[in-house]
Design a protein around this ligand. Structure first.
Ligand code: PLP
Ligand code: ZN
Length: 413
């Protein structure tokens, strides 16, 4: 890879050659992929990019850690819409708001960006089987992207993963192991199996290429905004791989001179499980928390990308905002009703955090903000119904319908 210099431990600084099957540093720290920005500047310009036909994450190849000979993965991952939302901006009391709907990825979450990268790197490593443990979306995205590429998957999910996500796994033909335990126990079991059978490892905690895939969301946002960056970027946080990737993408673009300003990150976590935000708020190290939230995709009590995530939030002078499950469900309805965007609970936690930050007076009225919706609401129908309620259940009688709506304060006209 001409554009990659090496991989470097974020904890001890040790340097490794960027082979496709990189895992953690021997000190236990996570590795970061380091690029040759002078080289990238010499081969990539905004003009060149604007003429490119590819409408997927592979559009940004020069900024991605893959060999030139590695094929694009088959599913169309990335290039999701960025909607400007003046009505919601007004409600929140900010100047401009855009919503990036990453639920429109092929398996309906931002995790497709990481899984497509995992498939590309597994191919480079000559692997036939990929494995991971996941609260749901890492798994379903891996299963789908691997199936399309003709690869096998072994997937370890905690028991409480919502049915929609498990259904995806089964349809994509994964070998699924639903572990009677929490995410931490599920993770340990997958690590043991991967070690034993030599499968390609798509655990975000270990594989440094995954956040490089996720960073493409920032590359897209920047290009979609004509390289004018917003003041803030709000996103939900679990393991921390996503927010770290978001920050990496922004810093890449800054380093090659495509953007001249870095947004402040808004890290949204649930009050019931917020180890990373708590570390930011207290200035102490993070420590494990229970996983008490209905936002299953971010119910991560032991975040595996803590170092990278905390660094990202701190470097960006970011905000750490915790929201209750009720606030998450309220944000889900708000996005649905004002934007027509349906996010799963974890998918809208960034928006819930933004709304709360606005209410707390932490965001200036002049501010411009991008909020990323990280997963589609159809993945978790039970919580959507809980959020939005039941329809009118009545006999097939029009007068009765009008009467019943009337009782609920709705005039049918
Ligand atoms: C995984 C996930 C997140 C959080 O990403 P992390 O890398 O775990 O911080 C947020 N939203 C959705 C929908 C996810 O699937
Ligand atoms: Zn190290």
């Amino acid at each position: 890879m001409r554009n990659v210099t090496y991989a470097k431990c974020v904890r001890c600084g040790k340097i490794y050659e960027a082979t496709p099957d990189l895992t953690n540093c021997e000190c236990g720290g996570i590795l970061d992929i380091v690029y040759d920005y002078d080289y990238i500047k010499s081969v990539l310009t905004k003009e060149k990019l604007s003429q490119r036909a590819s409408r997927s994450m592979w559009r940004y190849r020069e900024l991605l850690p893959v060999e030139e000979t590695t094929e694009d993965t088959p599913l169309r991952v990335g290039w999701t819409p960025l909607y400007e939302e003046p009505q919601l901006a007004k409600m929140l009391g900010i100047r401009k708001l855009w919503v990036k709907d990453d639920g429109q990825n092929p398996t309906a979450s931002l995790k497709d960006r990481a899984s497509a990268m995992a498939v590309a790197k597994a191919r480079e490593a000559g692997a036939k089987t990929i494995a991971c443990s996941s609260t749901g979306n890492a798994a379903s995205s891996l299963a789908g992207n691997a199936a399309a590429a003709g690869m096998q998957t072994y997937i370890f999910v905690p028991e409480r993963a919502p049915k929609g996500k498990v259904a995806q796994l089964m349809i994509f033909g994964a070998h699924v192991i639903s572990v009677k335990g929490n995410y931490e126990e599920t993770f340990k079991m997958s690590a043991a199996a991967i070690e034993k059978y030599g499968w390609y490892n798509r655990n975000a905690a270990i594989n440094p290429y995954l956040s490089e895939g996720k960073k493409t969301v920032s590359l897209e946002i920047a290009e979609q905004l004509g390289w004018e960056m917003p003041d803030y970027l709000a996103i939900s946080v679990g393991d921390g791989c996503t927010i770290a990737g978001v920050w990496k993408g922004l810093k890449d673009l800054y380093a090659i001179g495509f953007i001249h300003k870095l947004p402040r990150l808004i890290s949204g976590q649930s009050t019931g499980c917020c180890p990373l935000n708590r570390a930011i708020q207290t200035g102490e190290d993070w420590y494990p928390m229970e996983e008490n939230t209905l936002a299953d995709s971010i119910a991560v009590g032991v975040p595996r990308n803590a170092d990278k995530a905390l660094m990202a939030i701190r470097e960006s002078n970011g905000l750490a905002i915790n929201v209750t499950d009720e606030e998450i469900l309220a944000a889900q309805r708000l996005l649905g009703r004002t934007c027509g965007v349906f996010g799963e609970p974890a998918g809208v936690t960034g928006m819930a955090a933004l709304k709360k930050a606005c209410e707390m007076g932490l965001i200036e009225q002049e501010a411009t903000v991008v909020s990323v919706v990280t997963g589609n609401g159809l993945k978790d129908v039970a919580n959507a119904i809980r959020s939005a309620g039941e329809p009118l259940h009545i006999e097939p009688d029009l007068d009765l319908m009008v009467e019943e709506f009337g009782k609920r304060g709705v005039r049918v006209e």
